[in-house]
Design a protein around this ligand. Structure first.
Ligand SMILES: [Zn+2]
Ligand SMILES: [Zn+2]
Length: 125
């Protein structure tokens, strides 16, 4: 392989292959990185530091929103259907029992409409 014009003679392709967090397949080319913003929503009942083990990422995916939505669904996250899957998602703790994390791009003014991402994955692919 060649990186920035420097030949790297070791064969490490298998080890560095990036796999999609959504479908688990190797990503050819540029992965789509998604970060979860480390911020606390005003309505959050649980503070970010108290919340157990939210990994802010980046998570890497195929360039297809449905793969990101699949991943959210498996992690038990909800997705705001007024938002788009973007490189930076904002976390919102939802005041339900048990608390669930909803992800939104935060770019709309309406109230969030958090839904099960598996429901809207087919229409976003
Ligand atoms: Zn994928
Ligand atoms: Zn929203």
């Amino acid at each position: 392989m060649e990186l920035y014009g420097v030949r790297i003679p070791t064969i490490v392709t298998d080890n560095i292959a990036v796999r999609c967090c959504g479908c688990g397949e190797v990503i050819e080319g540029r992965p789509w990185r998604v970060n979860i913003l480390d911020s606390i929503a005003p309505e959050a009942p649980v503070s970010w530091t108290e919340s157990a083990g939210i990994n802010p990422g980046p998570f890497e995916f195929h360039a297809d929103p449905s793969h990101v939505l699949d991943w959210m669904a498996r992690r038990g996250f909800l997705f705001c259907r007024l938002s788009e899957v973007r490189e930076i998602m904002r976390p919102f703790w939802l005041p339900i029992e048990p608390p669930r994390l909803g992800l939104c791009d935060g770019l709309h003014r309406e109230d969030h409409e958090f839904v099960n991402p598996a429901v809207i994955a087919p229409e976003r692919s």
